[in-house]
Write a protein of this length. Structure first.
Length: 208
């Protein structure tokens, strides 16, 4: 298995995120969450952050996020969670092009204080279930590497549900590959990402 994962590189990315976000908005602060915050992270752990900004700066902080994060490195994907229904909170999933697929950034933006709330502009971005299915495949690979086949099976099953195809037979690694190959063959819009996930599968699960 040659995944070339480097915890030092992830720590460097985390430092870049923390410094860039706090510099982009006066008096804001970045809170680390998840396994990194609990000092329980492994090489597969993602980056989970909360960015606390003043209510008056909440809208501009959200509106300018792509530009802010793009100053760090090239962004491959930035997706706003459409299920967050809170005037003072947003959740965004970010992937940098040069980072391993495991290291997706989960960034929650929270408005704080009693100042006048400035709301973000509405996000005109369709939520792709195909993209979600591919990221579920990544999570399933991660679960197998963590020796949790039950979690991996559930993730790949939900991935097939998202693209409205029955789960095929075979082992969980076989099912993950079938999910990725199905998307690669059927959806040109996500073929490049599917190819990356397929390469990850082959590298991570070569001995499965």
């Amino acid at each position: 298995m040659a995944l070339h994962l480097d915890a030092v590189g992830r720590s460097r990315r985390l430092e870049q995120l923390q410094s860039t976000l706090t510099a982009a908005c006066d008096s804001s602060r970045v809170e680390l969450r998840g396994s990194l915050a609990r000092d329980e992270a492994d090489l597969y752990s993602d980056i989970d952050l909360v960015w606390h900004v003043a209510a008056a700066r909440f809208g501009p902080a959200c509106d300018e996020l792509a530009h802010t994060l793009g100053s760090i490195d090239r962004i491959e994907s930035l997706r706003w969670d459409p299920e967050v229904d809170d005037l003072r909170r947003r959740l965004v999933f970010v992937r940098f092009a040069e980072d391993p697929l495991f290291w997706r950034v989960y960034l929650e933006i929270q408005a704080e204080g009693d100042s006048m709330l400035r709301s973000p502009q509405p996000v005109d971005q369709p939520w792709s279930q195909t993209h979600s299915a591919l990221m579920g495949a990544v999570a399933a690979i991660k679960a197998l590497l963590r020796d949790d086949p039950a979690a991996a099976a559930g993730l790949v099953s939900r991935g097939f549900e998202k693209i409205h195809i029955p789960v095929p037979g075979g082992t969980v690694p076989d099912q993950i590959l079938a999910l990725v190959e199905t998307i690669y063959d059927a959806d040109d819009a996500w073929a490049l990402l599917a190819a990356r996930v397929r390469d990850l599968h082959n590298e991570a699960l070569a001995d499965e």
